[in-house]
Design a protein around this ligand. Structure first.
Ligand code: ADE
Length: 284
């Protein structure tokens, strides 16, 4: 698939923007499926220090050290004009709070992407008004070699950032945070663990909750009995087929009990449906 996308020269007109958004539709993209794929994130924020600890620990740290993921944090203030480098202002029409000005954000994105060879970069604005972030979206994003995340702050971001720049807008849930930094971390984390080589166990992500539209089955480790609670016998039986069947049924049961809404979209076999019917008869 050819992805021409955002023009470096010339105005970012509504028609060009529409084309950019279509071209950034990673749901249909096949551009980063090599086994040795890597992802680069550019993150625009007013609070770069917030990212130090989450990206400096554990799996993300190792992925960065291995070069499987690269992350560049850009301080939006560095792109603001004037002695005071002002990045926000009062809203037109009145009302409380401050709005992030468009110029520093647009300047930052133009400067970051100008030096890029590959122009097909999703430009994602984090906001509570965006489309919901799901495991499906994480998979889709993990196909992209380069992703740019814009962290909104204060009462919001000037609408021109959406009109002129963003190819997508993502929310991590129906609640309002103080800014887009934590959502950006969530996205980086969820996408990074899908990059081949990041997790020790290459099939781990296929067992995840949500990987097939179901919640994950219960997991146990030693000791076999803890405070009177024993590990289900089937798990120590050595019968792999029976274990797989048990796990699948537990995943179905858990999803049925906790998130029945997920069942409509889950990939279910005839046997799954029979198990669900049995669960319903049991009154689960
Ligand atoms: N900024 C503030 N709240 C947010 C949310 N729920 N998702 C993404 N960005 C946000």
């Amino acid at each position: 698939m050819r992805i021409p996308v955002r023009p470096r020269n010339g105005p970012y007109t509504p028609a060009v923007r529409q084309q950019h958004q279509l071209n950034c539709d990673w749901r249909y993209s096949t551009i980063n499926q090599a086994e040795d794929r890597k992802v680069h994130f550019d993150i625009l924020t007013l609070f770069p220090k917030m990212f130090e600890s989450p990206f400096g620990e554990s799996i993300l740290k190792r992925a960065i050290e291995q070069g499987l993921v690269t992350i560049a944090i850009h301080n939006i203030r560095d792109y603001a004009a004037g002695k005071h480098r002002v990045t926000d202002d009062a809203p037109y029409g009145g009302g409380g709070g401050m709005i992030m000005k468009p110029e520093p954000i647009v300047r930052a994105v133009e400067s970051i992407l100008e030096s890029e060879n590959a122009p097909q970069v999703p430009i994602i604005l984090l906001s509570p008004q965006g489309r919901p972030f799901t495991q499906r979206v994480a998979w889709d994003l993990a196909e992209h070699p380069h992703i740019l995340l814009i962290c909104g702050r204060y009462e919001g971001v000037d609408e021109r950032v959406r009109e002129l720049l963003a190819s997508d807008e993502i929310s991590i849930g129906d609640y309002v945070l103080t800014g887009g930094e934590i959502p950006a971390m969530v996205i980086v984390d969820a996408v990074t663990r899908l990059i081949p080589g990041v997790l020790g166990d290459p099939v781990a992500t296929s067992r995840d909750s949500h990987s097939d539209g179901l919640l994950e089955y219960p997991q146990y480790t030693r000791p076999p009995v803890f405070k009177g609670h024993a590990v289900p016998e089937i798990l120590v039986s050595g019968n792999h087929a029976a274990v797989e069947l048990w796990r699948r049924r537990q995943a179905l049961r858990r999803t049925c009990e906790r998130r029945p809404d997920l069942l409509d979209k889950a990939e279910l076999t005839a046997q799954d449906r029979a198990s669900l019917d049995a669960l319903t008869r049991e009154g689960a």
